[in-house]
Design a protein around this ligand. Structure first.
Ligand code: ATP
Ligand code: MG
Length: 752
């Protein structure tokens, strides 16, 4: 047996317990995910038909890896391994009519959702500033994740005394749902809610599906929400062969509706459940595990678990202290390069985690400067780009002619002279006449008060859309190419020297490549529906390639379930980790979730773990003294002064700094970096409360200095002006002879 197949006796017990409910409750790195994979293989070996098995993982990536591993253990077996959202999307495709949709429904993304909400809030004459689409959307999402339909919310509102927010949601939510239904589309939360409700309301269908999916396995069960819980419970009544694995200490999606109680009450819901505890950690050194264990011991809402390891003691966890984010980014890039050059690791062995995405920017620049290859887990970013959304909206509208969001996105893209007013008239007329927008466009002549130009524009658009057909094109790629060609989609950017236009062209090209790759997997049967589904249900980690030999950058949330030999966690500071929101939460629930988040991050590390902290950090455009994270007092670590040394900001020395600002530079009498000792400390938290004892640190640029801008490339400083916060710097860039003036304190310019 190869080491990849080894199981401990308790792991084996979990793998081999085939019938009945099973709970695997264990800490990080103890082999829960390995148990799920081996269990699938074991079920098939025992004669369970693969189509009766359903395995649910938290991300697409985890699903792909698990399917691969099952395939390796058992060549040829095709088992459904999926995320909750993908599983529900597929089920809904089949049973769309049960919930009032058509099978060719489309999935709205977060930006579409915001657009629709803005429209609905406006139509109801509510104030979109106070009742912003974001806030309203968050509340609707919370309701959906808690299985509250728009009717429930409306009824609750009518039956009880409510506050103004409830009054608003009771109006917006039903109107928003109506809009979705009329455009034959769903949002992400609907995928779960529709399926959950469908199973509750249709006992026969539930029974049929329960018998179809006889063996269900759910990994990361501690992060399921009420809707997900309901779906799994509904599919495990006659055939409760349900295996869930999880760790309550790693529940980090409470803010998105996850309920830690789901795993805690499993034994009560299924009294005959077998419970397997795994107590050996195979991932981390003793030093890392001990430190993480001490941290999580400070949570009060938990049951303590035993977690031991036979692994070596290893090096102590280190806290690297830097002066500021620039020093931190530069220091990390240098350290990572030295680590690899000394033969201690490969770039692929290293990961850097952070609490908020904004923290990655400086590090990315530093890694580029130090020629360290890296990848960022930001799979969604590509599909968030306007030109990609526009191109996909054409495909969506072809697939689902009722898709209102897609229609409104592309009707005037590229420009066809169909402005807001014309569109509003069309929307109103379509609603009055009960037709979809595309049909209204075809009948534009009948719409009152449209200009001749608008009528012609709408008619042309409708005709154009009528000509696109997947069957004629023969593949998704060809359909996309036809759309791009016939609409003149990229024409405005072709031949342009503008960097942004070139980026747009390249992005659209990349989408064509994605379509081609997708077609290749599908063979002769082009599948637009699956392509659209794949592009709308993306996760942050989708684009990561573990074999790329690159340093991996990602948020702590995205790191769940993964492991790396060398891990850095950035910014372990009050206001960042714990996040400022949690610091202000009097109930401590959010603080405990932040602690779990750091625990998840730390327990990803196999051999070495470093945390970082800076003395000052820029926050919303201001440079502030930081306060060490509360969590540091709960950990075991060694402190390391990792700043670039006495030579604090070498590139500043060209410009003399005001004396009193220099004094505030953070070193104590022994020349050590001074954390929190200074009299004037401003944290993110008290900045929000209106106090502003910020220490603004100047940034210096000198004439003739060579700098790099992330978008414009390399240039030379030609002018500096102003003083302090208002200091400006003018740069002439090599590319296209561009000259730009920046506020020095905020300029994304890196001295070379
Ligand atoms: P997390 O809670 O972080 O998701 P987990 O409990 O799912 O962790 P796994 O990812 O399954 O843990 O396993 C952690 C590491 O330990 C993996 O590299 C896995 O291959 C290894 N491992 C698990 N079980 C064994 C075993 N019996 N022998 C050797 N290695 C093992
Ligand atoms: Mg796991």
């Amino acid at each position: 047996m190869s080491p990849a197949d080894h199981l401990t006796p308790s792991q084996r017990a979990a793998v081999e317990c085939i019938d009945g409910p099973l709970l695997v409750l264990a800490g990080p790195g103890s082999g829960k995910t390995r148990v799920v994979t081996h269990r699938i293989a074991h079920l098939v070996e025992q004669g369970v038909p693969p189509h009766q098995i359903l395995a649910i993982t938290f991300t697409n990536k985890a699903a792909g890896e698990m399917a691969d591993r099952v395939g390796r253990l058992l060549p040829g077996a095709r088992v459904q391994v999926s995320t909750f959202h993908r599983f529900c999307a597929r089920l809904l495709r089949r049973y769309a009519s049960v919930v009032g949709l058509q099978p060719n429904y489309t999935i709205l993304d977060a930006a579409d959702q915001k657009q629709v909400l803005r429209r609905v809030i406006n139509e109801l004459d509510l104030d979109t500033v106070h009742y912003s689409p974001e806030k309203v959307g968050y509340r609707i999402s919370t309701a959906k994740n808690d299985l509250r339909t728009s009717e429930d919310v409306q009824r609750q509102y009518e039956e009880s005394i409510a506050d103004h927010w409830q009054a608003v949601i009771a109006r917006v939510y039903p109107a928003y749902q109506r809009w979705l239904l009329e455009s034959n589309s769903v949002d992400f939360d609907d995928l779960l809610l529709h399926v959950a409700m469908m199973l509750v309301e249709n006992p026969e269908l539930r029974q049929e599906l329960d018998s179809r999916f006889r063996y269900i396995l759910v990994d990361e069960y501690q992060d399921t929400n009420a809707a997900q819980y309901q779906i799994i419970a509904a599919l495990s009544q006659e055939y409760p062969n349900l295996c869930v694995t999880g760790d309550p200490d790693q529940s980090i999606y409470g803010w998105r509706g996850a309920r830690i109680e789901n795993i805690l009450r499993f034994e009560r819901e299924y009294p005959d459940a077998q419970v397997v505890r795994l107590e050996q950690n195979f991932r981390s050194t003793q030093a890392i595990l001990r430190s993480a264990d001490r941290l999580i011991g400070h949570n009060t809402q938990r049951k303590a678990k035993r977690l031991l390891t036979d692994n070596e003691e290893g090096d102590a966890v280190e806290l690297l202290e830097f002066t500021d984010a620039h020093d931190e980014a530069d220091g990390l890039a240098r350290r990572i390069r030295e680590l690899v050059e000394s033969g201690g690791a490969t770039y692929g062995d290293v990961a850097v985690f952070y609490r908020v995405n904004a923290l990655s920017r400086q590090l990315e620049l530093a890694l580029l400067r130090h020629r360290v290859p890296f990848q960022v887990a930001a799979g969604v970013a590509f599909y968030d780009r306007a030109e990609i959304k526009d191109a996909l909206s054409y495909l969506r509208l072809i697939y689902n002619p009722n898709d209102r969001s897609a229609f409104l996105r592309v009707v005037n893209t590229p420009l066809r002279g169909l402005g807001e007013t014309s569109q509003r008239r069309l929307v109103a007329w379509a609603a009055d006449n009960g037709v979809n927008f595309l049909e209204a466009a075809a009948r534009a002549k009948e719409i009152p008060r449209l200009t001749k130009r608008a009528i012609a524009g709408f008619e042309r658009f409708a005709r154009l859309m009528g000509e696109f057909s997947l069957a004629d094109a023969g593949s998704v790629e060809k359909l996309l190419l036809t759309v791009l060609d016939r609409t003149g989609f990229t024409r405005p950017w072709e031949g342009s020297l503008n960097e942004q236009d070139q980026q747009r062209l390249a992005n659209v090209q990349e989408l064509v490549t994605a379509a081609r790759q997708f077609d290749a997997v599908r063979g002769d049967e082009p599948d637009l529906e699956a392509f659209l589904e794949q592009t709308s249900l993306v996760n942050e980690t989708d684009s990561l390639d573990p074999a790329a030999g690159q340093v991996t950058l990602m948020t702590l949330h995205a790191a769940k379930g993964l492991e790396f030999p060398h891990v850095y966690i950035l910014g372990v500071e009050e206001g960042l980790l714990p996040h400022e929101r949690a610091v202000r939460d009097a109930g401590k629930r959010e603080l405990e979730e932040e602690r779990r988040l750091l625990f998840v991050g730390m327990t990803r590390a196999e051999r070495r773990l470093w945390l970082t902290q800076t003395v000052t950090r820029e926050f919303r455009g201001r440079t502030l003294h930081t306060i060490p994270s509360t969590f540091l007092a709960e950990l075991e670590y060694n402190r390391v002064d990792a700043s670039a040394g006495g030579d604090l900001f070498p590139e500043w020395q060209a410009v003399p700094q005001p004396a009193e600002k220099k004094k505030s530079l953070p070193r104590n009498a022994e020349g050590k970096l001074d954390f929190g000792g200074a009299g004037k400390i401003t944290t993110a938290a008290n900045l929000l409360n209106g106090s502003s004892e910020a220490v603004e640190l100047p940034r210096g640029f000198a004439m003739g200095m060579r700098v790099r801008h992330p978008r414009y490339g390399v240039g030379t400083v030609t002018e500096v002006g102003g003083f302090g916060a208002r200091r400006t710097v003018t740069v002439r860039f090599a590319e296209a002879d561009r000259v730009e003036k920046f506020v020095a304190a905020k300029a994304p310019l890196q001295p070379l």
